[in-house]
Design a protein around this ligand. Structure first.
Ligand code: ZN
Length: 387
């Protein structure tokens, strides 16, 4: 709970017409906390009636994960927050998810229903060497790292002037079932036994080593840490003569193609050219280096905490030149010339990224708290004690 005067300040600012976000930025508390006081779920000076064990930073983490990865299963999310120190039971977590996280998540795509099992493939017996009777396609198509199975099959079909039905007819039924599921990463137990057989069939058909397919395609279970849905860098794909956008799942911290200086926004958002702000691309290298000492989940949580702590305005006149709003303007101007709308969320995310990575490093070094001196103003980012 917040000190009484601080909680009263929230109500005063709200009454004065401030938005939740502006109050959160000003006072350094999460938007959830601000809303709790504004909506009367919490009263100044009284403790929260039933304290949830899901702290605000963890709730923010969950919200961002569900935005990044619209098909993420709650059971998997539970494992992630448990890994980050959440001590509550699964039931407590699901309750908190329902009441505090899901109402605020704007998911771009409907989530696949958790309770509906996929159609079983009918058999778990292997067909020894069956794949050797599968034709070898004349045109070889290499997968893009993180590519969805349906995108990859679509490109194989297109390059070889076939139809999807023709290709599916020669492959194990595993493929038909798999591409029907909007989340092809789900390793349902009825499908798992046939996965190895399926992998070898596809490798034979495409004339590629099974290991490279398994490594590139998350449908074969390669994605380990938290991932987000986006599209592959359009310059990387253009080099391989692919001119359509390729949906991929990339590790959550992977925001930028560092080879081309391209910001890979959320799925469906245009890529941003970062050439006017090379420090953004440099920050991606810095984030990558943090993974030598911290897990991808820890980095994702620190990123969430840091993004809220980035000051909205320069803290001194000397800081104006380096402030992220300068970068924002430079990015918008440059990309607008490339014909990209200036009202994408990606611009702000990209502009604050160097600050976020710097503050995330501080948060990781200080048990998910950002020392006040780091942002140049007093900010107590984590309000409720340890995570
Ligand atoms: Zn690239």
């Amino acid at each position: 709970m917040l000190p009484r005067e601080r909680a009263e300040k929230i109500l005063t600012l709200h009454a004065a017409g401030w938005s939740v976000r502006a109050i959160a930025d000003q006072l350094g508390h999460s938007q959830v906390t601000i809303r709790n006081y504004i909506n009367g779920h919490r009263k100044p000076g009284t403790p929260a009636p039933r304290p949830s064990l899901l702290t605000d930073p963890l709730a923010d983490y969950c919200r961002q994960r569900l935005v990044d990865d619209p098909h993420l299963r709650p059971s998997r999310l539970f494992k992630e927050v448990a890994d980050l120190g959440f001590q509550g039971s699964r039931a407590t977590f699901y309750r908190a998810l329902d009441s505090r996280v899901l109402p605020l998540v704007d998911r771009r795509k409907p989530k696949s229903p958790e309770g509906i099992p996929q159609t079983p493939v009918g058999t778990s017996r292997a067909f020894p060497h069956r794949y050797e009777r599968i034709p070898v396609l004349p045109r070889r198509v290499s997968p893009i790292t993180g590519e969805t199975l349906s995108s990859y099959l679509g490109r194989i079909v297109q390059a070889n002037h076939l139809t999807t039905a023709e290709v599916l007819a020669v492959l194990h039924p595993w493929f038909s079932t798999k591409i029907k599921n909007p989340d092809d990463r789900a390793q349902h137990h009825t499908l798992a036994p046939a996965a190895a057989q399926a992998l070898h069939e596809l490798a034979h058909l495409a004339s590629l080593p099974p290991a490279s397919l398994a490594h590139a395609l998350p449908a074969f279970g390669s994605a380990e840490g938290p991932v987000r849905a986006t599209t592959a860098c359009h310059r990387c794909t253009a080099r391989r003569s692919i001119h359509q956008s390729v949906p991929v799942h990339l590790p959550v911290h992977h925001k930028i193609c560092t080879r081309h200086g391209i910001w890979l926004g959320d799925l469906g958002e245009a890529h941003l050219d970062l050439s006017t702000c090379p420090e953004i691309t440099t920050a991606q290298h810095r984030a990558d280096r943090l993974l030598r000492r911290f897990t991808p989940r820890q980095l994702a949580l620190a990123h969430q905490i840091a993004a809220k702590a980035v000051p909205s305005w320069p803290t001194s006149p000397a800081a104006v030149r380096n402030h992220w709003k300068y970068r924002l303007l430079a990015l918008q101007t440059h990309n607008h010339h490339r014909g990209i709308s200036t009202d994408l969320d990606s611009y702000t995310q990209a502009a604050i990224y160097p600050d976020v990575v710097a503050l995330a490093a501080e948060a990781l070094a200080h048990n998910f708290r950002i020392p006040a001196r780091s942002t140049g103003e007093i900010r107590q980012v984590v309000e409720h004690g340890n995570l």
